[in-house]
Ligand binder design. Structure first.
Ligand code: MV4
Length: 502
């Protein structure tokens, strides 16, 4: 095992990796920008090194500087977390060339999955089902029209260098294809510096289901089942769960074996995730592979009783996986809500300011993976995801009840958060029935975020009672909307934001 690991990240994921290091007796080195000098991950690590000014481009994205720090501080390995440098082929290679270990896949595997057309071709060659479409980029609008007519509308134009939903365009009829093709090209060029575009048949109303895999250097590749990630807005996931109501044990085994084939084809080592669309008929299609530890990895950890970050460190150090596919079966139900500094009542406008008070949920089956504390300044320099609230319970119904209870214990003041939005989703009849697909949230958003969005009389009564209790005691009881109880604070915050924008 490594003696010292550098964590090239910030916030909750830096803390998550530092905790794993501490548990394994590994020394941890944090890096931080000027904006994060007092951040929790800085204090949690054995040592912390300043790497530059607040903008990521001058700190967390400076791979060469981070490698220098790792060497100077005697680290043998670098954990990139997610985002930032985690899926940069050049960084994985530079770490290796510096004689260090990148705690993630080989640079070649990142490259194999980085081009979406190359990944599709690799999938096809290894009997991994993909959505019908092209595996090569399309030269011009006329050819796009021919191919679209062949597959039938609607079709989806995608950037070959894209991923995560960036640079996609749905085309519903032949009259739109030429203009959409030119627009997709321009967008791809602007976003990725590469104007290659390909085409797929557009799958209507699918779920977004992904399979976690982990691979060692000895040829063992194991899948850890699925995560249901359909509850997302503008390609940002908001809620994830494991398992999925739509996946039977037989389908799990089949999709799992498919993900393992894709990983083997790419020469994959370490933790990774294959994304699939799962349609209403139970047909599934490989979309892309995320070559990193994902935000939502905790739901997989909870249902499988496996610490993915421990295993990332072990396989990166050359150890074999300590379990087999036969040991893996999900137990109970896990759910995660991403707590973001966004105002759901205001079209998820990013909220900034200082966390003035923080009360964390606890009790049975509750996990908080957070990167904030009272006094944390939330700025626009970094991602608005502050923390993840994760629960585990015997059944989905009990997981939802537990998540609702945990969310109602959570109090964050000083900034707006997504807490209230998540409470409403937990109360939503369609969500509770598991009737979700990738467009569900955007269709449901207006009713979930409007002030009269719930017909739950008990909830309104509880709110009224809690407000009355507050006026007596001056203390906000558990379960009261931060927004309702802190009406003055919200207005004040809004003013502060307006002033900061002006
Ligand atoms: C699709 C699709 C439907 N049909 N491809 C989005 C993220 C990227 N990984 C691929 N994505 C999709 N590809 C075909 N052929 C639907 C998605 C998709 C999606 C699309 C619109 C709005 C939200 C979405 C959420 C997940 C996946």
């Amino acid at each position: 095992m490594f003696d010292t690991v550098l964590i090239a990240n910030r916030g909750e994921i830096a803390l998550r990796v530092i905790r794993a290091c501490r548990e394994m007796g590994v020394r941890s080195i944090a890096v931080y920008s000027d904006a994060d000098a007092g951040a929790p991950h800085v204090r949690a690590a054995d040592k912390a090194v300043n790497i530059g000014p607040p903008p990521s481009s001058q700190s967390y994205l400076l791979g060469d500087r981070i490698i220098e720090v790792a060497i100077r501080e005697g680290a043998q390995a670098i954990h990139p977390g997610y985002g930032f440098l985690s899926e940069q082929e050049w960084f994985a290679r530079a770490v290796r060339d510096a004689g260090l270990v990148f705690i993630g896949p080989p640079a070649e595997a990142i490259a194999a999955m980085g081009s979406k057309t190359a990944a599709r071709a690799l999938a096809v060659a290894h009997n991994v089902p993909v959505v019908p479409g092209t595996t090569e980029s399309i030269p011009d609008a006329a050819r796009a029209a021919e191919i679209a007519a062949e597959f039938g509308y609607p079709v989806l134009l995608k950037a070959a260098a894209g991923g995560g939903g960036k640079g996609m365009r749905v085309v519903r009829e032949a009259s739109e294809i030429a203009a959409s093709f030119d627009a997709a090209r321009r967008e791809a060029k602007n976003a990725f510096g590469d104007d290659a575009v390909y085409l797929e048949k557009y799958v209507v109303g699918p779920r977004h289901v992904e399979i976690q895999i982990i691979a060692d250097m000895h040829g063992n590749v194991i899948h850890l089942g699925e995560r249901e990630c359909s509850v997302q807005r503008r390609h940002q996931k908001m809620i994830e769960e494991a398992p999925s109501v739509a996946v039977s044990p037989a389908l799990r085994a089949e999709m799992g074996a498919t993900a393992v084939r894709a990983a083997r084809a790419a020469g994959y080592v370490n933790a990774g995730t294959c994304e699939f669309l799962l349609d209403r008929d139970g047909k599934y299609y490989f979309l892309e592979m995320n070559t990193r530890l994902q935000v939502e990895h905790p739901v997989t950890e909870l249902v499988n009783g496996i610490d993915l970050v421990h295993w990332q460190l072990r396989v990166a150090a050359g150890e074999p996986l300590g379990f087999t596919q036969g040991d893996i079966a999900p137990k109970g139900w896990a759910m995660e809500c991403r707590i973001t500094s966004e105002d759901p009542a205001n079209d998820f406008l990013p909220s900034t300011g200082t966390v003035s008070y923080l009360q964390l949920p606890s009790g049975p089956g509750v996990r908080w993976d957070g990167g904030i504390e009272a006094g944390t300044n939330v700025s626009l320099h970094y991602d608005p995801m502050l923390a993840k609230l994760i629960v585990h319970a015997p059944t989905r119904d009990l997981a939802i009840a537990r998540m609702h209870r945990a969310l109602s214990e959570l109090v964050v003041t000083g900034i707006e958060t997504s807490r209230e939005f998540h409470l409403r989703v937990m109360e939503d009849a369609e969500f509770r029935a598991g009737a979700i697909e990738i467009q569900w949230l955007e269709r449901r958003l207006a009713s979930l975020t409007s002030d009269a969005g719930t017909d739950d009389g008990a909830r309104i009564a509880a709110l009224a009672g809690a407000l009355l209790a507050e006026s007596d005691s001056g203390i906000r009881p558990v379960g009261v909307s931060a927004k309702a109880a802190d009406g003055h604070m919200s207005a004040w915050q809004r003013l502060a934001r307006l002033e900061s924008i002006a």
